[in-house]
Design a protein around this ligand. Structure first.
Ligand code: GUN
Length: 288
């Protein structure tokens, strides 16, 4: 079998187009423009690339983008004061503080200072709790992207065996909650899991989110399974230079899977599209 490639780029373009249509309607019918504030502390090069891309795509769908770039040595008090100001600004419907933060800043404290209704990352402890108890919440963008692609491919996920490899707070755990919410039988596997190959071999759905290049070989994949690869790892090419690979060995896995997301061009492009969708959701909820 050769797997169907799940085209994240096309998917993301579709999500952005739908968001843009709704944004135009909000403006026309209610005079409201959704606004997303992104806060970047310091000059981490990867974060700068993400933040630029977020700002560009926010404007492209017709929303207002507010970028706040702060020095790497910004105090926690100053950052919290900015978050307070954004929390009360009616033009700001979504707030994202780019992670990682410089070491002197307490990430949990900062994230939990964001108004949960504006927490478009879904990282605030209230949103984590709401998601865990199946209530309406802001859902983290990466797992939401995975869920949207899985639903589009399968229709119903009910009763399917799903394995999430990786137990991070921002991908693995919320991913497991979302799959459980769609009535999958969910296993969260991690570095201490015994007999990981056999655990993965039972799965109809594999979500790999560990950040280890090509750690899942094709012979772990059940024939016909759907593979969602969240990993984005840069590795050296034997002939020199670098290339991006996922957590799954795409070449061998695509011979056994029924469907698979590539890296790049799978989950990655979807995450900012979901961020825009979350900002629209936050704006709609704020305005009844
Ligand atoms: N850094 C890398 N990915 C993310 C993300 O999804 N949200 C935030 N806030 N920071 C990130």
């Amino acid at each position: 079998m050769t797997a169907q490639i799940i085209d994240g780029k096309a998917f993301a373009a579709d999500v952005r187009a739908k968001v843009a249509t709704q944004v135009a309607r909000l403006k026309e019918e209610h005079g409201i423009t959704p606004g997303l504030a992104v806060v970047l502390v310091g000059e981490d090069p990867a974060s700068q690339v993400y933040v630029r891309s977020k700002g560009k795509q926010t404007v492209e769908v017709g929303m207002n983008s507010y970028e706040h770039r702060l020095d790497a040595d910004t105090s926690e008090a100053d950052l919290l004061a900015l978050i307070d100001q954004l929390n009360t600004d009616p033009a700001v419907h979504g707030i994202l503080v780019q992670l990682p933060l410089p070491g002197h800043l307490n990430e949990d404290l900062v994230i939990n200072a964001i108004d949960p209704a504006k927490d478009v990352d879904g990282f605030h402890i209230s949103n984590v709790g709401l998601l865990g108890t199946g209530q309406k919440s802001m859902v983290p963008c990466t797992p939401l992207s995975c869920l949207m692609m899985l639903r589009a491919h399968h229709g119903s996920l009910s009763g399917l065996d799903a394995v999430v490899i990786g137990r991070s707070n921002i991908v693995g755990k919320p991913m497991a909650q979302l799959l459980l919410g769609d009535s999958c039988t969910v296993t969260i596997a991690h570095s201490r899991t015994k007999n990981l190959p056999d655990v993965v071999r039972r799965a109809d759905i594999v979500v790999a989110a560990v950040g280890r290049p090509e750690m899942v070989p094709g012979d772990w994949i059940k024939e016909g399974a759907t593979v969602i690869d969240v990993g984005i790892n840069r590795i050296e090419k034997p002939e020199g230079g670098t290339r991006l690979v996922g957590d799954v060995d795409f070449a061998s896995a695509s011979l056994r899977a029924g469907a698979i997301t590539p890296v790049p061009g799978g989950v990655g492009p979807m995450t900012i599209a979901c961020l825009l969708a979350n900002t629209l959701t936050a704006c709609c909820r704020a305005n009844g």
